[in-house]
Design a protein around this ligand. Structure first.
Ligand code: NAD
Ligand code: WQD
Length: 366
């Protein structure tokens, strides 16, 4: 029998697809919804190739309340949601903030209302280290703990912050209302997962990040340089006060990140904590130059780069204090940066067109 049944919004995207994989491997049943804005349905077949299980899938926009209602009606077994569906390009969020508020905030509101109607009471939310903003303004808070004051510095970050507040208010109110009615209310729970920088792919080489437009993040851009889609990497600033002048981030293997979601969901369902935030990061910072060196090593040759001005909104150091996730969830990252780079290269080299090409023969004939 299944451990439980989960609706995964944005489940065909990068982190959502790996979390679906981890949920299926842990014995959960999964129903995915996605509008395929930044992903492809092909990933579902890849998940099936790896796990032998096929998640249910519906094309659905998270802002479409009636459609969400009809999916919850069809799947009364669902008791939890992991909510990934969102727009995530920081730069674009400064140009089109209302689009970001519409999908990320109104979409989350619509989802919470539909969950409420259908008595679905646990939610794990994809938040982001970006909610901390420039944590270096609190020098005693690097690496960053969850109780560091929040202060997003861009509209994308503001949407994540807003949704964290909305979920917190909602869950607290549901619990208080239940208590007033003489019930425990302990079934209402939320995990706010603040991810640092996701990295890597599946070691099989058949699942990975497949951004549909121009990528924004360091590793997908480096991967494009490695396959010749891009002439060189621009290093955004070498005048930071780090050991080599480039900015420091905490890169976490996608397999560890997705495992954290399953543990968080297990915790919500068994320990009933109410609302809890957890950082998911390794606690180890790497500079941009260290990342170029690590990925170049995986590729087997030096990758060209050029120093450019700092990118607006970037900060010196975003590194997690992940002690709370370790203590409460029993979560520790198991995969190294070297593995993340090797896995990313295997995926990129084998699938230069991402999911728009067939998986390697040995997988199809299995
Ligand atoms: P992604 O773009 O690969 O996945 C998001 C998925 O949501 C995509 O499949 C997209 O098609 C879908 N989607 C977008 N708008 C939708 C809508 N209106 N209705 C239904 N589906 C919609 O991104 P990802 O990297 O997997 O990120 C997943 C979540 O994690 C997002 O909420 C993102 O903000 C958050 N996050 C990402 C990172 C990162 O660096 N990748 C870091 C921190 C937090
Ligand atoms: C990493 C480092 C860049 C590209 C963003 C969001 C954050 C989260 C993860 C969603 C930085 C440098 C990058 C390039 C470079 N996403 N860089 N040249 O900015 O840490 O975080 O993605 O929630 O919210 O802000 O990640 O991968 O863009 O950058 O030098 O072409 O690489 O300056 O120091 P970032 P990133």
């Amino acid at each position: 029998m299944a451990v439980g049944s989960v609706l995964v919004t944005g489940g065909t995207g990068y982190i959502g697809s790996f979390t679906t994989l981890a949920l299926l491997e842990a014995g959960y049943e999964v129903v995915i919804i996605d509008n395929l804005f930044n992903s492809s349905e092909e990933v579902i077949s890849r998940i099936e190739l790896i796990t032998g299980k096929r998640p249910k899938y519906y094309t659905c926009d998270v802002t479409d309340g009636p459609k969400l209602d009809s999916i919850f009606d069809k799947h009364p077994e669902i008791d939890s949601v992991i909510h990934f569906a969102a727009l995530k390009a920081v730069g674009e969020s400064g140009e089109k903030p209302l689009d970001y508020y519409h999908v990320n905030v109104y979409g989350s509101l619509t989802l919470l209302k539909s969950m409420q109607k259908h008595n679905v009471t646990n939610i794990v939310f994809s938040s982001s280290a970006t909610v901390y903003g420039d944590a270096t303004r609190f020098p005693n808070m690097i690496p960053i703990p969850e109780d560091c004051p929040l202060g997003p510095t861009n509209p994308y970050g503001s949407t994540k912050f807003t949704v964290e507040m909305m979920i917190t208010d909602h869950i607290n109110a549901e619990r208080a209302n239940a208590k007033k009615a003489g019930k425990s209310g302990e079934q209402f729970n939320a995990g706010l997962l603040r991810y640092f920088n996701p990295a890597g792919s599946h070691p099989s080489g058949i699942m990975g990040e497949d951004p549909q437009g121009v990528p924004y993040n360091l590793l997908p851009l480096l991967a494009q340089v490695a396959v010749g889609k891009r002439e060189k990497l621009l290093v955004f600033g070498d005048d930071y006060s780090s050991k080599d002048g480039t900015a420091i981030r905490d890169y976490i293997h996608i397999l560890d990140l997705s495992a954290g979601h399953v543990l968080a969901l297990d915790y919500l369902r068994s320990k009933h904590p109410g609302v809890r935030a957890w950082n998911l990061g390794t606690g180890k910072g790497s500079t941009v130059y260290e990342m170029i060196a690590a990925f170049s090593k995986a590729v087997g040759r030096d990758l060209p780069y050029e120093v450019a001005p700092r990118r607006a909104g970037d900060v010196l150091n975003l590194t997690a204090n992940a002690a709370r996730a370790e203590k409460e969830l029993g979560w520790t990252p198991k995969h190294t940066l070297e593995e993340a780079c090797a896995d990313l290269w295997r995926w990129t080299e084998g699938n230069p067109q991402g999911y728009r090409q067939s998986p390697p023969e040995e997988y199809v004939s299995k």
